[in-house]
Design a protein around this ligand. Structure first.
Ligand code: 5RP
Length: 261
């Protein structure tokens, strides 16, 4: 029930709810991963069940695929869809140019492929995800298990020449074992604190043998929809100077109504 949510979950929920306005009947939609994207999938499921929205979803993780099926969304693969009208996903950080760090949930490889295969990418975020400069959140790198320690050394050597403030690299764990992504790979988290030149870093990291994909999304996101705990939603569109604002109000019965500002 939305009215019983914590302020952070209200912020995620209203951002997700606003994003559903960009999904029209007949569309093929990339479905992101993580807790904010889970709200989106639930909101879309409600529209499919109750409002007759016809859409097909391409999930970016096994978790999202499971949830989408549970809520009644028709799930297809990216190869079946070939190209998507829009993809909607969460983020770990976004900056003023709408560049992102993603992969906190370990799904950035599929997320980046899906977002890049979409007419536009919409990011949904609570207000805490906004940063001046990317890098406070550790940058995830998906690496193949074969020779991952050698890959890690090559990454650390590459970081020495880059405009970053930290160079610690850690293998993501799941309990006592290395975390395994949906593609069967490991994740290295790069604790960089500040990334001076995200575009250059992204290009350099992806050239290292063994690195499959990094979590920097440069020039991929078109719109960031930012939710606040009081129901305020801001839409930052890379092609518009003005920020659009909407206020959602939580009613006692758990329903929402919105008012453009
Ligand atoms: C998963 C992601 C998520 O979008 C990111 O971690 C944000 O998650 P949340 O919405 O739970 O804060 O990139 O790989």
């Amino acid at each position: 029930m939305p009215s019983e949510l914590s302020p952070i979950d209200k912020a995620k929920f209203v951002a997700a709810r606003k994003a559903t306005e960009y999904v029209k009947s007949g569309m093929k939609v990339g479905l992101g991963s993580g807790s904010t994207a889970a709200w989106l999938v639930q909101c879309l499921g409600e529209l499919v069940r109750d409002e007759g929205l016809r859409m097909k979803g391409v999930p970016t993780s096994s978790r999202t695929a499971r949830l989408a099926r549970e809520v009644g969304i028709e799930v297809i693969s990216l190869d079946e869809a070939k190209w998507l009208d829009v993809s909607i996903d969460g983020t770990d950080e976004y900056d003023g140019n709408l560049n992102l760090i993603k992969g906190g949930g370990g799904s950035h490889l599929q997320e980046k492929i899906v977002a890049t295969a979409s007419d536009r990418m919409i990011v949904i975020a609570d207000v805490t995800k906004k940063v001046e400069t990317l890098g406070a959140f550790p940058l995830p790198l998906e690496v193949i298990p074969f020779g991952w320690q050698t890959t890690k050394t090559l990454i650390e050597e590459t970081l020495i020449g880059m405009d970053v403030l930290g160079q610690t690299t850690t293998l993501r764990m799941n309990g006592d074992a290395p975390y395994i992504s949906d593609e069967g790979n490991h994740i290295l988290d790069l604790h960089l604190n500040r990334i001076g030149n995200p575009r250059q870093l992204s290009l350099m990291l992806n050239q290292i043998p063994g690195v499959v994909e990094n979590g920097l999304f440069i020039d991929i996101c078109d719109i960031v929809i930012v939710g606040h705990g009081d129901g305020l939603v801001e839409v930052h569109d890379i092609n518009q100077d003005q920020v659009e604002k909407t206020k959602f109000d939580f009613l006692d019965d758990g329903n929402l109504f919105s008012e453009d500002m």
